[in-house]
Structures are given as C-alpha cells and as structure tokens.
Design a protein around this ligand. Sequence first.
Ligand SMILES: [Zn+2]
Length: 315
Amino acid sequence: MKLKCRNWLLVFPVVIAWFAISCSDKSDDTPEEKGLPEVVATSTMVADMVRTIAGDDLKVIAMMAPGVDPHTYEPPARVYSDLRLADAIIYNGLHLEGKMTESFESQGDKTLALTDNLPSDRLISPENIDEKYGDPHIWGDASLWALSIPTVVAKLSEINPEMKAEFEARGAAYQKEVTALNEWIISRINEIPEANRILITSHDAFSYFGKAYGVQVIGVQGISTVDEPSGADILNTIDLIKDKGVKAIFPESSVSPAVIQRISKDSKVTVGETLFSDSCGPLGEMESRNGETYDLGTYIGMMKHNVNAMVAALK
Ligand SMILES: [Zn+2]
C-alpha cells in the first residue's frame, strides 16, 4: 500500500519527535538503561532501606509486593532468573523468607542476610522462643534496624565501588532518620499508661518492638504464619484480654484478620487499626496524623502508622 501525501504529513511530526527524544540528554535514563549493577531485595522493609541507600546508582529489584506475607512467599519463576542475574541479593534472614532461604544460600558470596551481621546478643534466639530459628522480625526495634545500614552500604559499595561516597552519605542521612524515629517511638509509647501497654496481634511479629519499647506482646499465631492458631491459643488470648482489661487488639496487613475478629466477637474487645507487621504499605500512599505526613510504603511510614494506631487505641 502506498502512503498518500497527507499520511506523510501526519507521520512527519512523529518522526521528528522520536528523533528529538533519541538525541536528548540521557540523564533521565532508568538505572536499567544505564546498565547499572542489579541488587535484589526481599521484603518491602529491606527493599526500602536498599532503595534509600542506592538512590539512582543501582537497579533495585524489590522481590515482594506490599501486603505479601514473607513467611509463606512462593516466588514466580522469573524471580529465580532475577536471583541468578543479580550482582547482590539482600534479604532479612532467620527464615523470614522461609521458602526462599535455600535459593539464597546457593547463590554464594553475592548474598547478604541482615540478621547474620547483627550482634547475637541483640537477637531473640531460638531458645527464648519455642522455634527452630531465632525471631526474624528485627525491624520492630528501630535501633536494631539502624545497625543494618552500614552493612547494606558496604554491600552496595562492593558492586558499584565508584559510588561508595554517595552510598555512605545516603546511609548516614538514613541512620539519622531511623535514630530520630527510635526516639519518637519511645516518647509516643510513654503516652500509653503502663498498665495498658499490651499489644495483641495476629502473629508474633512484635517481640523486638515490645522488648525495645516496654510493651508486652502477644501474637495469637506464633512466630511464623505457616501454622494456624489452635483453639487453646485463642481461648488463652480471650482469658488474658479479660484478666488484664486489654483495650484493643490489632489485625495485621499481611495476615488474614479472621482470628482477631473471632477473638473480638468472643471477648467484646475493640479491634484497632490494621498494623503493618511483615510488610510496608503501598509505596506513595500518604497518611497525615498529629501534624505530620508520611509514606506508608516506607519503613519509617509503616512504623509511624503502627505506633500512632497503638497510642490511639491503648491510651
Ligand atoms: Zn512474621
């Protein structure tokens, strides 16, 4: 088919525009287009830390979407090719990513488990909880989470040494923000009368939080969400709510709310707002409270949401 003259008149501006874009400054290219080294990060909290430190100087592949339960996460096939091709893999460890642990370990030196690089006396060990592995929910204690920042800076510098100074600067800035978050949590939790500092949630994701900020924590479902809670677990929780006069219990964003709803129905206790336990919220979803606005898709935003929700319901 021949192109008529008027068709050319339509096509010509498109060709000009394409040519202009092709010849434009390449500074807006994505990290992938720049051919940058690639780093895979597992949970949304790990991905947030890695993204914050990496900036535009690495391609960051976030493995899990917001709301995904890392304990039961089974990846689609493409994830295995991401792992093979990646220059670094950064994961939480202590079997948070239960089904993926072996795949990470088989990738050798390019992997980094944050929990492997924390002081062992800061970790909740298997002997203290009736579990095969230690408690992986380290981000609940912001001061402990901050200890992983230099480890991530070092790993990213290893795969893109030219940008070491940038990673260090962003790591130092993030360290300040997470330290400020830690101070903020301490002062907010102090607003809850001591007798009311009891946090009942779907599963045992808040032990580090409880230990750091002086809150008694009860997870109906244990450390992992793989097993369902027993009838006895549920009855014990209801007894405790009645005994201690607990003001509210909390569902979690990455776990079914059914058990919390059932306990609330049987004990008449209030259901508080949904907490982000093993996943941040959707990136870019903003929340404004107490005169500040934060992104629920970030680690700092998720922690602020959780603490604000606890204070509102338990105060
Ligand atoms: Zn968990």
